[in-house]
Write a protein that binds this ligand. Sequence first.
Ligand code: DP6
Length: 314
Amino acid sequence: MTQARAYTNIALIKYWGKSDITWNLPTSSSIGLTLDQLYTDTRVDLTDDLKQDQFILDGQLASNPRIIKVLDFVRQQTGSHKYAKITSENHVPNSAGLASSASAFAAFALAASDSYGLPTDRPSLSRLARLGSGSASRSVYGGFSIWYQGYDHQSSFAQSILDPVDFGIRVIDVLTDKKTKKIPSSQGMQRAQSSPDYSNWLSQSKMQIREMIAAIKNKDIEKIGLIAERNAMGMHALNRSADKPFDYFAGETWAVINDIHRLYHAGIPAFATIDAGPNVKVITDSRSCQKVADQLKNFGEILIQKPGPGVVHV
Ligand code: DP6
């Protein structure tokens, strides 16, 4: 038996498109910051008794084809024929754009690798996590990490940029809407790739990766926030200009963004980023986060997050 814990990460430069669905290879590199509040604990038990894999999520029997896909790959790598019992506890509001698949597959990658005797170095874990969910490759690491696009299973993995984080960056989740998102990210990105602006977004993103790494190394929260916000707005513009247009912004998304801009113009570092859901995340600093949280608390539940750790055994 082995059990692992991994935390969610927020993408500062987004992963928004696949070049290969089977291997889950992305169309661009992405950068994430692992956070410290929302996590998944996953336990893997190998037994001779089971006739198939069994997945228990938050106490209930569940099914997830991506888990089977990862386990089949692990069995193929190791030559094992054993089935696994996977027990997973999410400490994440599910499907609210809070990237629960990232923490889930990062924890699962360590627990499964350990159980079946695969290498548990972080690049290897990030490859395995990626097979389950792309953003999970970054949750293997604490702090800031980059997931390199690569061109095959071996070359598409994540690496640390900075961990631990020795400056006061904070991310505030503004949970205006806890309902399940309508379009899963894998479908959303597939549709976004039909946008006439897609190749332009990819070249922007390439430049933004370099700028973001420099901003992180310089501990420049203002730059990090500005680049992240521009990248995120670009991603959502793709969705609106897709062949079948769609939009994750809903309800109070714009109202929250407008308030964030008001704070910024009043001299407070506050920048917006949004994933595949309506909830806004604010990038800010330790001095301003309480003020920002107070300003936005009327929109819904507020969660202030600090940089968090990489995947560990528990
Ligand atoms: C908008 O990692 O959930 O959060 O690989 O299909 O599981 P799959 O996609 P997923 O996509 C995350 C999209 C995003 C941006 C990001 O985290 O980089």
